[in-house]
Design a protein around this ligand. Structure first.
Ligand SMILES: Nc1ncnc2c1ncn2[C@@H]1O[C@H](COP(=O)(O)OP(=O)(O)OP(=O)(O)O)[C@@H](O)[C@H]1O
Ligand SMILES: [Mg+2]
Length: 261
């Protein structure tokens, strides 16, 4: 099963939710892989594994694709049942995918091999449009659109649908639209939520709008410490942060139990 959380707008929570979904599935015993197609490799940060991005220069997915390393040798363990792969230069991969047919074959074969090896393969994409993402959208069994709950977020949602249509990406692969950053205290998210409902109904016959993720500063605190919401070890967090983490476990567990792959 190959999956992604996507929006063409940057900083809307793609990596955060994808990483937590992967961690949740790993915590219930599934074998999970995160392929970081974003050459910022920011997903490693939220698991406290940024060092792993820089400590070796011979185990990027580019090295798998040029057959200078095996998949197994390139894998970076993240947590029990959870592994990841890192990318060096997305623009170079995209250029090669555009210019060299055999390279596309190698790339697709690598993703299919990962699909065989793992119960779930999450691809963490950058917000930009590029050939690599387009090849991956083709391979994805499901795409979850994530939308930031404000005016610019809604515009980003609309642009993403336009981009999918222009590229011929099947809109039926979108089963869920996930609003992120809900706050009961502000009116902007409620207005945005209504707009998301309307756009979804008008454009995505297969999709449901999920219950929004609340805006929680603690998400950032945990990420800075390299702690996932589903980590049991909370050493270093103060009692308030531990309590906030418990709330996040509830929020994300409810969300990931709702999403059916
Ligand atoms: N519900 C939320 N409440 C508070 N902060 C959040 C929430 N969701 C995400 N964030 C924060 O927003 C920032 C951007 O999140 P993230 O990196 O997951 O977005 P992204 O869409 O992957 O970005 P990019 O487009 O750069 O890949 C991070 O600092 C993250 O901690
Ligand atoms: Mg990201």
């Amino acid at each position: 099963m190959i999956l992604t959380y996507f929006c063409k707008k940057g900083g809307v929570g793609k990596t955060t939710v994808l990483g937590e979904n992967a961690a949740y599935l790993a915590s219930i015993g599934k074998k999970v892989m995160i392929v970081s197609i974003d050459d910022q490799n920011s997903v490693f940060e939220m698991f406290g594994k940024s060092k792993e991005v820089f400590n070796r220069e011979d185990n990027f997915i580019e090295h798998i694709l040029t057959n200078s390393i095996t998949i197994d040798a390139a894998i970076i363990p993240i947590r029990e049942n959870l592994d990841a792969l890192k990318t060096l230069n997305i623009d170079m991969i995209s250029k090669k995918l555009t210019l060299e047919r055999p390279f596309e074959k190698e790339f697709v074969q690598m993703i299919k091999e990962l699909d065989k090896k793992y119960d779930y393969v999450f691809v963490d994409l950058p917000p930009s449009s590029n050939r690599t993402s387009e090849v991956l959208f083709e391979l994805c069994d499901q795409i979850i659109l994530i939308v930031e709950l404000n005016k610019l977020g809604v515009n980003g949602f609309y642009n993403t649908l336009q981009y999918f249509t222009d590229c011929g990406i099947e809109l039926d692969k979108i089963k869920y639209v996930l609003p992120n950053g809900f706050s009961k205290m502000k009116s902007v998210p409620s207005v945005a939520l209504e707009e998301i409902d309307v756009i979804t109904k008008e454009n995505l016959r297969n999709a449901n709008v999920l219950k929004p993720i609340p805006e929680k500063a603690n998400i950032q605190t945990l990420q800075q410490r390299g702690i996932s919401v589903f980590d049991l070890d909370t050493t270093g967090l103060n009692p308030y942060q531990k309590n906030q983490k418990k709330i996040l476990v509830e929020v994300f567990t409810e969300l990931f139990e709702t999403i059916k792959f």
